[in-house]
Design a protein around this ligand. Structure first.
Ligand SMILES: [Zn+2]
Length: 274
């Protein structure tokens, strides 16, 4: 019997009147330590991603409400269900922003993706959230804080929204980084490594991940190493259980091995992309 661990809440940084909060779903069982964030500025809150399972989405909402400032908006980083399932359950009343490609996916395939997870029962939401606001690459001042948005293609996902706060040294990378957990691997590992190398050359020193605790440069470098070793293993012909066993041996300290079973049918077979 595994002890029931708490859901960590971390103040990742406090600088210039802004606080960064990270809420992480418990690392227990088949959980994949989804990390969602709150940027608390003087008058309002900006949130990033909505958690996966409904109970965690509700806890994340409860925590955001406990801060005592209005939630101005929530950004959805990409179309993987572990980032948007919780939006429908807990953030229906908040304006949701996402890349045009992410909104298109949710309109076209969101319901199929939701139904694909019927085995989760009421851990999955009843409806699909359709963001009404399009997030575009560029700068915006929100509540006196400078945000820089960008669209990153072909890494862990085809289209990813990144959010940077250059004056505060914070880069919200979401699933470009798996912090202390096993990565969700795709066919685009080579390009993914290049993007991570670019992050190491930047002035940012705090990287908020989509899974696990807020990361430093060490963890970014660790993700580059993980991807390099995984590409090499796949290049040597390791697949499925053999591949998984090899990676678990290489990285016994990384958490959330349930992710192998989520991505391997896509990486090594031709399972649907959602
Ligand atoms: Zn994810």
């Amino acid at each position: 019997m595994v002890a029931q661990l708490p859901d960590p809440i971390i103040i990742a940084r406090r600088v210039g009147g802004v606080r960064f909060h990270t809420f992480i779903s418990s690392f227990t069982d088949d959980n994949i330590a989804n990390a969602t964030h709150i940027i608390e500025s003087e008058n309002k809150l900006v949130l990033v991603d909505g958690q996966f399972l409904v109970p965690y989405a509700l806890k994340f909402r409860e925590y955001a409400d406990s801060i005592g400032k209005p939630i101005d908006r929530i950004y959805l980083s990409h179309r993987h269900p572990d980032h948007w399932f919780g939006l429908a359950a807990a953030f229906n009343d908040i304006p949701i922003y996402a890349l045009a490609e992410t909104i298109e996916f949710l309109k076209e395939d969101g319901e199929a993706s939701r139904q694909d997870h019927w085995k989760m029962g009421n851990l999955a939401p009843d409806t699909v959230p359709i963001p009404k606001e399009v997030a575009c690459a560029g700068e915006e001042i929100i509540d006196g804080v400078r945000y820089v948005f960008d669209e990153v293609v072909d890494t862990e996902i085809d289209f990813l929204l990144t959010i940077a706060l250059p004056d505060l040294g914070v880069f919200i990378a979401q699933d470009l980084i798996y912090s202390g957990t096993h990565l969700y691997l795709t066919q685009s590992m080579n390009h993914w490594i290049q993007v991570l190398q670019g992050m190491l050359l930047s002035d940012y020193d705090l990287f908020l991940a989509g899974h696990g605790v807020p990361a430093d440069r060490n963890e970014v470098a660790g993700n580059i190493e993980y991807l390099t070793i995984a590409m090499d293993a796949a290049g040597r012909g390791l697949v499925n259980e053999e591949f998984k066993r090899f990676m678990l041996e290489q990285y016994p300290e990384r958490k959330c091995p349930a992710i192998f079973n989520i991505y391997m049918p896509r990486l090594f077979g031709n399972a649907r992309q959602f």
